[in-house]
Ligand binder design. Sequence first.
Ligand SMILES: *[C@@H]1O[C@H](CO)[C@@H](O)[C@H](O)[C@H]1NC(C)=O
Ligand SMILES: *[C@@H]1O[C@H](CO)[C@@H](O)[C@H](O)[C@H]1NC(C)=O
Ligand SMILES: *[C@@H]1O[C@H](CO)[C@@H](O)[C@H](O)[C@H]1NC(C)=O
Ligand SMILES: *[C@@H]1O[C@H](CO)[C@@H](O)[C@H](O)[C@H]1NC(C)=O
Ligand SMILES: *[C@@H]1O[C@H](CO)[C@@H](O)[C@H](O)[C@H]1NC(C)=O
Ligand SMILES: *[C@@H]1O[C@H](CO)[C@@H](O)[C@H](O)[C@H]1NC(C)=O
Length: 778
Amino acid sequence: MSSECSFIKVSYVIFFGLILAGLWAAFIWVMLGKPSSVCPPSVTPPPSSAPSTPTPTHCPCLNNGICQNGVCFCTDEWKGEVCEIANFCNSSTSVSLTFDRILIGYSGYSKEECEENTANAGIPKATRRCLLEAGVLTLSEPVLMDCNEGLDRLVEQVTNATGDELVKIASNTQMLTSQPEKLTVNNITTAADIANRILTRAKGNESEMAAVAAVTTISQLLDAKDAAFENNDVAIVAKSLTETLEAFSLENSNNITGVVQPNLAVQSLTVNSSLMQGVQFTALRGENDTLISKRIEINSNASNLIMDRNAEVQIFLNFTTVNNTDGQLGFVLYQNDKFFRSRFYSSTIKMNRRVISGSFSAGVLNSIDLLFVPNYNSSGISFYDYACVFWDYTLSDWNTEGCTKTSDDDKILKCHCNHTTNFAVLMTFKNNYKYSKPLEVISIVGCSFSMAGLLITVLFYIITRKSRKQILTIMLVSICISLLIFNIIFVIGINNPNPSNMTKSSMSRDNNQLSTDLYIKPDKGYCTFFTALLHYFLLATFVWTLLYAVQMFLLLVLVFSYLPSYFTWTVIGFGWGVPAVIVAVTLGASYRINNPLNYRQEEFCWLAALDIQGKFDISKPMLWAFLLPMALILLCNFAVFVCVLIRAIFKKNSKLTSTKRSSYKKKLLGSFSIAIILGISWVLGYLMLIDHRESQEVFSYLFCILNVTQGFQIFIFFTARSKTFRKSVSSAFSSLSVSNIFWHSINFDMKRFKTTSSRETYKQFEPSTTSAFTSTST
Ligand SMILES: *[C@@H]1O[C@H](CO)[C@@H](O)[C@H](O)[C@H]1NC(C)=O
Ligand SMILES: *[C@@H]1O[C@H](CO)[C@@H](O)[C@H](O)[C@H]1NC(C)=O
Ligand SMILES: *[C@@H]1O[C@H](CO)[C@@H](O)[C@H](O)[C@H]1NC(C)=O
Ligand SMILES: *[C@@H]1O[C@H](CO)[C@@H](O)[C@H](O)[C@H]1NC(C)=O
Ligand SMILES: *[C@@H]1O[C@H](CO)[C@@H](O)[C@H](O)[C@H]1NC(C)=O
Ligand SMILES: *[C@@H]1O[C@H](CO)[C@@H](O)[C@H](O)[C@H]1NC(C)=O
């Protein structure tokens, strides 16, 4: 019950606190072997080697062709050995219509558009196609558009239309769908319906143009908005379209051998029974993601799949004709899988999954071999596994039956199947996480200072607890303890102890169905555990600063002379309970063992904040489980602070002397400033962790400075400024100066204090230790 006793303890504590802080710093210095400055410069990461500039080509490639290993890769507009041959029809005018260059096989649209006052305002007035007929480039006659025609009316006419009418309907549908991004679900269903009917009816040479227009329409529909294909009506019409296209590719009553449009290629082939062992279809890689006739190749006398290094998709059909009848082969290649919406395979990565169908009529199919070269945007993700699948019309989904994987190279995916239909490979990727680097010395130093300040403060408050109200000690100790534990866990556990980059791509031999395109490693638990602890203790710190402010509000603004006895327990329950509830709710709402990344990040152990594209996601816990509560608490703190200031200016509180009031104000200011600094410094800590560039160093310096400041602030505001502390220190120093040999006389000094000068010292700081918080009951 003696203050002089606590004073001695305080001296002890400060002494050991400083020694601890010193040891800690020394430990870090030794461990990391850094030069001894307060914030030693951190090691700059080696500059990432800039991608080497492509070696200059010496090929005489013309027209921007690129030379690779002595071979010219031409742009879409040119072809030939050195890209000298035009692959387009030049810009043209016809009557009052003007057309740009049109690539061979494609349709071009007039620059003139339907007038503003027509139903189809903004849609091109005419279309024409560029063809290569017997080696001569020809432009078809422009087909004009009826500017007041609508898809709904065209679909009614298609059943009874013949010859030219059919061509007209097909071309109008094609023009009406020439701006696919504007199409509604209804428009898509209707247009697909028209195309479907035209292709079913397109028999004989007179309907060739109509069939080409229909294929072009479908290709354009594949550019429509992704969301439209989730509609059930669209799914139904898409299914029948894929079946019609497959049948159409087998049709030998028309002489169309190939239609290649940007998103869709259809090839038919009559096979002579005497020659063939197999037929191979190849789509070569190009400068962009569209199909073009010059990049579609057919080898009708192949004995097995001959891999082309520049292929994007290859399919090889091995069959035997029977009874010497000619067979009919058909290929359909889709640039994306919008017509094939899977319910089981969820995709989050934006990439085009090609779907190819190879079909065969008359004869016995032996096998099909497929080759896909994935063309994903490789930044941020890397290949993990794949599955060879076909579209099962009865399941309305992908199925792996009858197909096997025949490749263990993640650059070239090969499949082998024993039946025909629409094939694809489903791929799954894993994120290439940029794991946070181990904490820099400077951050650890910052944390250490903070920890030392906190430790001293906690011990000081515990030792001198008799000199103030119990509730105040509880609050201050709670703030410091939660922040101290947070600091310790931060230093130990912020870096993910289990980086999944270590597990290499483990492609399985079995052709297992995949359920997602993003592989997420099941949780090992450590990182989640640390995240939950960090979350809890940081929230607890903020909640306790709030409680501190609330208490100040009650005492200074509402002028409670004393607080009810249950207040203490309410405060303790609130201070430690509310953060626990928030953490529990967050875990319950967002954490699943198979998908921990909805709760935490993989890069370091903290709450998840970003979506898969790296954009801030408001559904992730970072916002609602941390930033929002933190912002609310800071706001409350600020409000209390303002209230107290206003009160201090306008009202005189008779119960409190001006010195005491100013002491509270200072304490409140301290608490508020700590909350702010806390907020800022951990935001910086966060930036330091997510940033992988040079600026990271700046963040770690700022983090260090603020953390040091924070530890210092806590020490100054709550410990060093208190009179008890100052008196203790000055007495300690005077006593130390008396005893010249510090190390040996410390015990003696303490004894001396205890026995002789006790009354004196007690009296000396009696007035300052009794405050309004000293309970009136004792
Ligand atoms: C597409 O649908 C909208 C409304 O469903 C309709 O107003 C518009 O005319 C349609 N577009 C075409 C090209 O038919
Ligand atoms: C279409 O075929 C018919 C015979 O089936 C022939 O008389 C006609 O000239 C052909 N038309 C064209 C444009 O080839
Ligand atoms: C297809 O072309 C061949 C010759 O190239 C011709 O004999 C045949 O009549 C054509 N068939 C149709 C349906 O036009
Ligand atoms: C088809 O290939 C075989 C061997 O691969 C060859 O003997 C045969 O002459 C080829 N036939 C034609 C028409 O090229
Ligand atoms: C990958 O995506 C980024 C952003 O969407 C783009 O800038 C970049 O060109 C893409 N790279 C490839 C190879 O497609
Ligand atoms: C394809 O292979 C599967 C087993 O892999 C077998 O069950 C199925 O009957 C085969 N289908 C055909 C058409 O051979």
